[in-house]
Design a protein around this ligand. Structure first.
Ligand SMILES: Nc1ncnc2c1ncn2[C@@H]1O[C@H](COP(=O)(O)OP(=O)(O)OP(=O)(O)O)[C@@H](O)[C@H]1O
Ligand SMILES: [Mg+2]
Length: 367
């Protein structure tokens, strides 16, 4: 192999190792985090299961990053995206002239991952002949490059993922039972986003920060939009949420996104609900809600003549800035009280991103 080819091969794994910021605040995700922490210190094979876009690769990268192999390469291979006849050479490498088109000797992903972690994504899409070859590496920790008789031993931790039901595939004969038992040592299920909607707001904040880092100015979200997003079933999971954020950052940059501004399939509140609360998102509504709250208290209600549900402007005028700050402070304290001090949930109640609320709390001295 030429020096430049060697250099190129060596670069691939380190480029693949990217620290992934993650959100794992809800109970199901905390439980997942616990499993990750438990298993990462061992060389155990982990089978990560979950719907498409739910975060299987994020979990794999977390396991690798928390393991003693963290400084070594993390090498992902999408077994479903590589044609069956090329997968063997992709995994084990090939010698020059091993097949038509093999113009140079090339390292496979196993070699690239030496000392580190190999992530076999979409393992359920692997052909049966390839499953036999993989089983041998898992059992004997050795392989041969295509076109070579030299056996190579490897020190690679294997993580696998699939969105398919491997149990069913074993029954219908499309997945080998012996390989399944090898892989199924420590299964981890990544919850679908609809099963942890509590994380939506924190995920949105994360994606907004990513978009800001790319120079975009993302929108703000009203509480009705937040409620609609909480109720949507997210068949495409976290990836779908991330894509929606990017789309809205383009179409609604710097604006306030209300439920009715969301693409139609996300308008889960329905016309009636949205119509019932047409003004809840703007400043007038903020005032109206404050009045409504005070109306519970007879004295205050009496002091406030009804001006279309809004407080009257005193003859001597008001200091609007400090008045609004007071209202902001009051609503933030109320939301925190209602949500037992959980900032993420309070942010959802207020239609704010978590980081925005945290900043406001700091600025306004709300603890
Ligand atoms: N907990 C999380 N915190 C932050 N971002 C996440 C989280 N889970 C998923 N993502 C983001 O969502 C996107 C999809 O995640 P990932 O690629 O890990 O999903 P997947 O389950 O492997 O999807 P597929 O089945 O399509 O391969 C990525 O951009 C990832 O960064
Ligand atoms: Mg994936």
């Amino acid at each position: 192999m030429t020096a430049s080819a060697q250099k190129k091969d060596n670069l691939i794994p380190s480029r693949c190792f990217i620290a992934v910021p993650k959100v794992m605040e809800s109970e199901p995700m905390q439980a997942l985090d616990e499993l990750i922490n438990q298993v990462s210190g061992f060389n155990t094979l982990v089978l990560i299961r979950g719907e498409s876009g739910s975060g299987k690769e994020v979990v794999a990268r977390r396991i690798h990053a928390s393991s003693s192999r963290a400084t070594k390469p993390f090498v992902p291979v999408n077994c479903g995206a590589i044609p069956a006849d090329l997968l063997e050479s992709e995994l084990f490498g090939h010698e020059k002239g091993a097949f038509t088109g093999a113009v140079a000797t090339r390292k496979g992903r196993f070699e690239m991952a030496e000392g580190g972690t190999l992530f076999l994504d979409e393992i359920g899409d692997m052909s049966l002949p390839m499953q036999v070859k993989l089983l041998r590496v898992l059992q004997e920790r050795c392989f041969e490059r295509v076109g070579s008789n030299d056996t190579q031993y490897c020190d690679v931790r294997i993580l696998a993922a699939t969105h398919r039901n491997l149990d069913d595939m074993v029954i219908d004969g499309s997945f080998r039972q012996d390989l399944f038992y090898r892989l199924d040592v420590f299964p981890i299920d990544v919850p679908a986003l609809r099963d942890h909607p509590q994380d939506i707001s924190a995920l949105m904040s994360l994606f907004m920060s990513k978009l800001e880092a790319k120079g975009m100015i993302p929108p703000k979200f009203s509480s009705s939009a937040m409620r609609a997003l909480q109720q949507y079933p997210w068949p495409g999971n976290v990836r779908e949420l991330e894509n929606l954020m990017e789309r809205l950052a383009i179409t609604h940059s710097t604006k306030l996104v209300k439920a009715q501004d969301l693409p139609s399939k996300y308008q889960t509140l329905g016309v009636v609900d949205a119509d019932l609360e047409p003004n809840r998102d703007d400043q007038d509504a903020l005032m109206a809600s404050l009045t409504a709250y005070h109306a519970d208290d007879d004295d205050v209600a009496l002091e406030l003549p009804n001006a279309g549900g809004r407080p009257p402007l005193p003859d001597e005028g008001i200091d609007l800035k400090s008045y609004l700050l007071e209202i902001e402070q009051w609503f933030i304290s109320e939301a925190l009280r209602k949500e037992d001090g959980v900032i993420t949930r309070a942010a959802q109640l207020l239609g704010l991103q978590r980081t925005t609320l945290a900043e406001k709390m700091k600025k306004l001295g709300v603890s």
